[in-house]
Design a protein around this ligand. Sequence first.
Ligand code: FUC
Length: 810
Amino acid sequence: MQSSKRISLIAILTLGTGIGVAVWNLQVPLHAQTAPATAVQFAGEAPPPDGTMTLWYRQPASDHPYAPPTGGRGGGPGTTEWVKALPVGNGRLGAMVFGGVVNERLQLNEDTLWAGGPYDPVNPEAHDALPEVRRLLFDGKYAEGAKLITDKVMAKPLAEMPYETIGNLQLTFPATNSVENYRRDLDLDTAIARVEYTSGGVRYTREVFSSPVDQVIVVRLTAAQSGKISFKAEMNTPQKATVSAEAPGTLIMSGVNGDSSGIKGALTFETRVRVLAQGGHTAADGQTVSVEGADSATLLIAAATSYKSYKDVSGNPRQADEQTLAAAEKKSFDAIRQAHIKEHQRLFRRVQLDLGTAPAAKKPTDERIRDFANGGDPQLAALYFQFARYLLISSSRPGGQPANLQGLWNESMSPPWGSKYTININTEMNYWPAEPTNLAECVDPLIAMIMDLTDTGSRTAKEMYGARGWVVHHNTDLWRASAPIDGAPYGMWPTGGAWLSLHLWDHYDYSGDKAFLAKAYPVMKGAAQFFLDTLVEEPKHHWLVTNPSLSPENVHPHGAAVAPGPTMDMQILRDLFADSIRAGEILGVDADFRAQMAAARARLAPSQIGSAGQLQEWLEDWDMQAQDIHHRHVSHLFGLYPSWQINRRDTPELAAAARKSLEIRGDQATGWATAWRINLWARLGEGDHAFSILNFLLSPQRTYPDMFDAHPPFQIDGNFGGAAAIAEMLVQSHDGQIELLPALPKAWPTGSVTGLRARGGFDVDVTWKDGKLVSSAIKSTAGTAVRLRYGAAVKDLRLRTGQTLMWNGS
Ligand code: FUC
């Protein structure tokens, strides 16, 4: 039996702050860091896991040899180890599992634990300053306009609230010098992280999962011999919190959230860990629960904050945790585990993707990422695709918060860009795979956030612009702040809410659910209303444009980012007006308002082709003189993807110009920006080009050992954008058409996919061989007409709801 003295000699993981690295000029990330664990020797080689949908490794996160990508602009030392840990989540409660032998660390998150409290950052001087800003920008005095924006228009405070960690649950096991056949893995099909090894002749197994059914994170410790489970459980946190242990075996951490940028923390939170050992002896002492000589043990972790809504923080986290634990404790571990797996598989198993397999698929995941670009491992792309679906299911479930910049997982009090919602691309990209990969439910938290934003955003519209409707600039947070933040070159962009609103139309378009459309329409209408009230006529062509605005976050040749009528705004508004008009028609409402939108739409500045044959990013032909012609954002290509307003069939000249812009921008960028490029090349029907960029995205430069996307540092959007791109290579749908294998790369000659979704309400299965379509099954779930396309072949059909058509492309 171990003594507490012996345990104290074991290196215990400690929290500290990493080196802050400036990330552009916006944030200073500080990362919790773990000290090196005891030097355990690893002997033998555990076999690969049985399933194909598993990430796995031969070392704990702390022992894993790894050099982070070079050229990154952020991330402290903590990041290096953290991006080797494995994520579990139930949409609300998340854990990163490190898999240590003597020290196990579970870094915990709860999706409402953000800094600050309800606040409204609108600058009261903005309203009176905006007419002058408009005049300066129309007069070409961009730097002066930017200065006035900085002085009078930007939000107070200038930064929004960051998402924060709960802290860590630390488990310390008896010291050991060596273990055999160590393996840790994450099974995407069961959503369970496992650690297994043999020590002193005994096989130990650890399982961790976050149950969406019972709302607890569960840790299960077992050994092949009875009486072998001994450990100490403790918690630590960078939050203002206290930890105590209560007999017989409960750890309680309670505290208040952080203050940020002058906004005081208004939340209370509590985390409770119930240690339930079978056999042996359990004791609670001070801040520690220890178990000695048990046969097995189950830990149930509940966590909650006092957040009820963006304007109400009167919840009772202690009561919530106690109720959650009381209910979970009544169930057996097996019952909790089974219910968890069943609910996860209900969503996860809807889509199966087979891109072919090879012996490389038996290697540990980190080795596969290292070797992917050498070819010969098509299954890794399928794993990457399913990992993104796993991440969306685990970070965005009905009733919770939307997936933020890090989804659900964050070890810091001041993560890069606050780990919040950047809505000039990143939040939208998080949801790109949701509809096509059959996870429509996962969009619910985004829809709920958009509904909240109509409230805070209408206040901002009125106070800043004197306008009706609602507006959100380039970021929002838990408190649904909607004013321009960070600085004029990033924040002075009024089109974030409009872009988010397009996801409402998409949600309808993929389902045909008219009841949903009736709820969504007033939100879309409010977004459109804001622009009907604020679009202004530019002097040269008399087009209607946004002003002030910018093309996210690109600096044009006149020393500023702010400018009237950037191409992206015009494209977003073209879609917003079109979708709102169609919604109004379907619902049979608002004929006058529809006419106003149609009139404004016809007067928007068009997408223009510039002197280099490129699609112009701005009203003026500035692209080739811009400060960074390889800029990561490709905002003006919004029209090609995610929009369909530019496409090869209907607008071939604009599609060719978009292609030219893509060539000029180059293939390699930060994680999400790389993923966007893959989607764009897929839309151009160039599968091999798309695949060559996927090779970069799936290399150690842009994919960490745990498969998290490297911006760098970690940002989850690249995972989601990459999965959307893989789907886009196989099936595209728009405007009443479904195109099969539009961008199939030579690297995937034979394969199949089942359960993708298409617009108009269809389930789509496709099988191909030697690069050619073999068969497809198109099942209608909304009874709409559709045109199928495969290469030059076309087939028009109208199925009844529930009816399936088989088509081989002839
Ligand atoms: C935008 C991007 C950055 C980063 C940040 C979260 O500002 O330009 O690359 O993704 O969002």
